[in-house]
Design a protein around this ligand. Structure first.
Ligand SMILES: [Zn+2]
Length: 176
């Protein structure tokens, strides 16, 4: 199995703390991405949806996963487990430095996650504290912050899956 961190970046203008609407560990937030089979290299044609509260029993009877999928080409079965507690919102500071933030970690067997798709169901706040619900399907967002009396905007979304290692650190588990 391999651990993948989902890293997300964007150009934030007057906005900060971009994250799924229920927070980074929102149990029902659907993460959309494609899967590439590690055995034959085939990429799934359809986008896969994985969320924390969708739990399936592994065929071995031992343990659970958040997704089980069979490769259409070689029929090998793989699984994805969502690992909460690792994500932090994308801040204005990170955006200014061109940095990305880790939103979630996925433990993958038999597959590599690729092509994360931003959908609806995000939120951020203006630097003056006004909350905004954001739909990222179009990849951009423009609004006016009445309280701060300034326009806010989001653009240049980017995302990547990075291989990370599980580490014990002062009694806590981290993925770096
Ligand atoms: Zn395959």
């Amino acid at each position: 199995m391999v651990f993948f961190a989902l890293l997300v970046g964007a150009e934030l203008d007057g906005l900060t703390n971009l994250q799924p609407r229920g927070g980074c560990d929102d149990p029902s937030y659907p993460y959309y991405f494609k899967l590439r089979c590690e055995s034959c290299g085939e990429t799934s044609a359809k986008t896969t949806c994985v969320s924390l509260d969708e739990v399936v029993q592994l065929p071995t009877g031992k343990g659970t996963a958040n997704l089980l999928q069979k490769c259409k080409l070689c029929s090998r079965e793989g699984s994805v487990v969502v690992i909460p507690g690792q994500g932090t919102p994308l801040t204005a500071e990170q955006s200014q430095k061109g940095e990305m933030t880790c939103l979630m970690v996925f433990e993958c067997r038999g597959y590599e996650p690729i092509e994360f798709a931003f959908g609806n169901g995000w939120k951020a706040e203006s630097v003056h504290g006004t909350p905004f619900d954001i739909d990222l399907s179009e990849g951009e967002f423009d609004e006016y912050d009445e309280k701060g009396e300034c326009p806010v905007a989001l653009s240049k979304l980017q995302s990547t899956f990075k291989v990370v290692k599980k580490q014990g650190f002062h009694g806590k588990t981290r993925y770096v």
